[in-house]
Write a protein that binds this ligand. Structure first.
Ligand code: PYL
Length: 262
């Protein structure tokens, strides 16, 4: 998972209503609706107290990260706050303020913990499901669709799991051949692509951390790409030629995490 930096956080639209509008145009649904659909949860969420705890371990705090996660959670209808203390003190503060859910991230894992239900949601798994749900909704829940999934990491595998639940045909492209074989062993229904660029796929889920992987020759004006990967894996010209690109750095992952634990 690529580590975000301050400028990534600053690039996130502070007006999350704009994102809802863009998602409605490309999928027919809002951020919260997609997250709930990804996790088969009912809406609306009751006003839930949610704490976001800054974590200083490893490479430390990312300026604006906790604040942005809080803003997204408030937009989703929760009573969210960032703790003034970090790390263990921040977790205590979450308890002191009767938070039901705690969001926190170190360099390797970003998780949401529900303190009463004893459940958690990992950002990688949630992001895969959220972006797969967005692609499926953008295709108007077309069960006959075939999706090219690029990358068999945690995000790609979670996306595959969601799409298999919808009986969608999946072609996986993973450059690490042992990883690809292990994934096909886990999900026997999927096909492996030796050379995914040899043909067009109308629906692509890019779960790789590679930039500009998807080029103009890979897309047509009907191609819909759902791209949770950081940085965006679609070359600028390809993005112009495609029908739709669904991409955001944190918002859909956070929405799906919230729905997963609620
Ligand atoms: C969760 C993001 C999505 C993409 N990459 C992941 C990332 O950047 N993880 C690191 C998050 C570190 C947060 C830091 C803080 O400010 O609390 N520990």
């Amino acid at each position: 998972m690529t580590r975000l930096v301050k400028k990534d956080i600053e690039s996130i639209d502070s007006n999350l209503n704009h994102l809802d509008q863009r998602l409605r145009e490309s999928t027919g649904h809002s951020l919260l609706e997609i997250g709930a659909f990804a996790m088969s949860k009912e809406l609306p969420l009751r006003q839930t107290k949610v704490a976001v705890v800054p974590i200083t371990t490893g490479l430390g705090i990312i300026d604006g990260f906790s604040e942005k996660v809080k803003e997204i959670l408030i937009h989703l209808g929760t009573d969210a706050f960032t703790t003034t203390k970090t790390d263990i003190g921040g977790i205590q503060e979450a308890f002191d303020h009767q938070a039901a859910i705690v969001f926190m991230a170190d360099d390797d894992v970003f998780s949401a913990f529900h303190l009463h239900k004893r459940s958690y949601s990992d950002n990688g798994a949630a992001t895969g499901r959220g972006f797969a749900a967005a692609l499926y909704l953008a295709a108007e829940q077309n069960a006959a669709m075939e999706v090219l999934v690029l990358g068999a990491g945690p995000v790609g595998q979670a996306a595959i799991e969601f799409l298999l639940e919808k009986n969608v045909q999946i072609v996986l492209a993973e450059c690490d051949k042992p990883k690809a074989a292990q994934c096909q062993k886990k999900y026997p229904e999927i096909k492996l692509a030796d050379d995914w660029a040899a043909r067009h796929y109308q629906y692509i889920l890019d779960a790789t951390p590679a930039a500009n992987l998807i080029k103009t020759k890979n897309v047509t004006d009907e191609t819909i790409i759902s791209a949770p990967g950081v940085p965006l894996g679609v070359a600028a010209e390809a993005a112009e030629n495609a029908d739709r690109i669904i991409h955001n750095l944190l918002e859909l992952g956070v929405a799906t995490m919230l729905c997963a634990v609620s």
